[in-house]
Design a protein around this ligand. Structure first.
Ligand code: PLP
Ligand code: SF4
Length: 461
């Protein structure tokens, strides 16, 4: 037998050097970038880091926002935004931090502008399947402000305000002040209202996991955080608490300069640890541009105190629905000590149809992301099934017709025997699908087809 000559011996393949773009997530925005904004030209670092300054200069009126952008964004963009504000279901609330991160030379493409400032020209008709509170949170509420949908966990809506207001908010049925078009459910931060919630939780021994949301933990006072934390930790069967907040993405300064609040939050986590109970922060970064050197400092300070942070992203068209952006977001979150937890299919929300994507887009992204980084930093892509089915893996539908855009999910541990429908945005469907939706007589037929197919699929074998 002939031995191979040395030159031809099999060698392990040489891994080519990595493209530097694969670690570009470590380059965080730093310096005093906010000074480009005329209104912040004289703001020094110390002032910009002051959470009181951020809160005080947060813009809460459309007219004020438009004034601040005068000379910064083009007149065409400003009148487009002004017209959109008139009918928006969410109130305006934009922090100086967010305002400073937008590229005002290209506001239409900017992922942060897109999330907080509407424009009339990009508006699409509302989906015909839309209802307010599309997740049915109120119908699963045994007491006002507590949604008990899943067997062992519940959602505690502690308050109804946030440090900023997102256009795409699922809870626009409650969050924020009433708008011209919308009167909302009241869920104020009130210890008296909380009392009935504590009582309910105490009488449900199966509840181990409480999500405190709203609204937003950033807007709770230190004393309120302590009260919520202590009362919940004192209930023997409660094992895990999560405080939910958009804050790290829109006003990270609070972690660095509101010491009383910071101590209250890490104090609850410390008390929890002593009791061997888990207290975490859940946050909501949607785009890598939201994560700067200030964010890294803030998340690092929480991490040093042993407070772990998880991230939940909302998938949005033109914001984060491409692989490069999503990968950068996932890696940058991990880099600043935040675990990517979920990516949500955009809920059916009024006034933001142009931000929704198809289920197919989410499936493709999940496939691309998985394997690109550590498994524990790989988010699960979910759809929160309209009608109260809860979160379902986006690819776990019983059936999905990409022509009608209808996907049907089941939720055996949450609502056994029921079917839940999600609808792709109509403008993203193939022509044949768009034509069927254009004809109201077809709507029921499309539903029936989807339901029949799902029933056949999910019947016991
Ligand atoms: C999301 C959610 C929870 C928490 O669910 P996880 O999958 O554990 O993050 C609990 N209750 C409600 C109503 C929710 O929407
Ligand atoms: S921070 Fe959360 S609850 Fe508040 S407006 Fe945004 S999405 Fe809604």
């Amino acid at each position: 037998m002939e031995l191979p000559v040395l030159d031809e011996a099999p060698r392990p393949p040489v891994r080519p050097p990595a493209d530097p773009s694969s670690y570009a997530h470590r380059e965080l925005r730093d310096g005093e970038w906010w000074r480009r904004i005329p209104a912040f030209a004289d703001v020094d670092r110390q002032t910009f880091l002051d959470h009181r300054w951020q809160a005080k200069h947060t813009i809460t009126k459309a007219s004020k926002l438009l004034d601040a952008l005068e000379g910064l964004a083009s007149p065409g963009f400003l009148s487009d935004a002004a017209e959109a504000f008139v009918r928006a279901p969410m109130a305006v609330r934009v922090s100086p931090y967010l305002l400073s991160l937008v590229d005002w030379d290209h506001p239409y493409e900017d992922p942060i502008r897109t999330q907080f400032i509407p424009t009339k020209s990009t508006r699409l008709p509302a989906p015909p399947q839309l209802t307010f509170d599309s997740l049915g949170e109120q119908s699963d509420a045994p007491v006002p402000g507590l949604t008990h949908r899943y067997p062992d966990k519940a959602l505690f809506l502690a308050l109804d305000t946030c440090p900023v207001y997102c256009r795409f908010c699922t809870r626009s049925y409650a969050v924020g002040p009433d708008q011209e078009m919308v009167e909302k459910v009241s869920l104020k931060a009130s210890p008296k209202r909380w009392e009935t919630i504590f009582e309910y939780i105490a009488t449900r021994p199966e509840l181990e996991d409480i999500v405190i949301s709203g609204g937003d933990t950033w807007n709770l006072r230190a004393k309120q955080i302590e009260l919520l934390g202590e009362r919940l930790l004192a209930i023997p069967h409660v094992r895990r608490i999560r405080f939910a907040s958009k804050g790290p993405a829109v006003m990270p300064q609070k972690v660095l300069t509101d010491d009383e609040w910071f101590r209250a939050l890490v104090g609850v986590a410390e008390k929890g640890r002593k009791l061997r109970k888990d207290v975490m922060l859940h946050t909501h970064f949607n785009h890598p541009n939201e994560i700067t050197a200030i964010t890294a400092e803030a998340m690092g300070r929480l991490f040093e105190e042993g407070l772990h942070v998880r991230n939940q992203t909302v998938l949005q068209r033109g914001v984060n629905d491409d692989f490069a952006t999503m990968l950068m977001l996932v890696r940058r979150c991990a880099f600043v000590n935040v675990h990517p937890y979920y990516v949500y299919q955009h809920d059916l929300v009024k006034g933001v149809e142009e931000l929704r994507t198809t289920v197919h887009t989410a499936e493709v992204l999940e496939k691309q992301i998985r394997g690109a980084t550590a498994g524990f930093n790989t988010p699960t892509f979910v759809v929160d099934a309209p009608g109260g089915g809860g979160k379902r893996g986006v690819h776990s539908y019983e059936v999905y017709d990409r022509t009608t855009g209808i996907s049907v999910y089941t939720a055996p541990s949450v609502k056994p025997g029921q079917f839940f429908f999600y609808y792709d945005p109509i403008d993203q469907l193939p022509e044949a699908g768009q034509a069927r939706w254009a004809d109201p007589e077809e709507h029921e037929a499309m539903h029936d087809e989807a339901l029949q197919a799902a029933m056949a699929r999910s019947a016991p074998h």
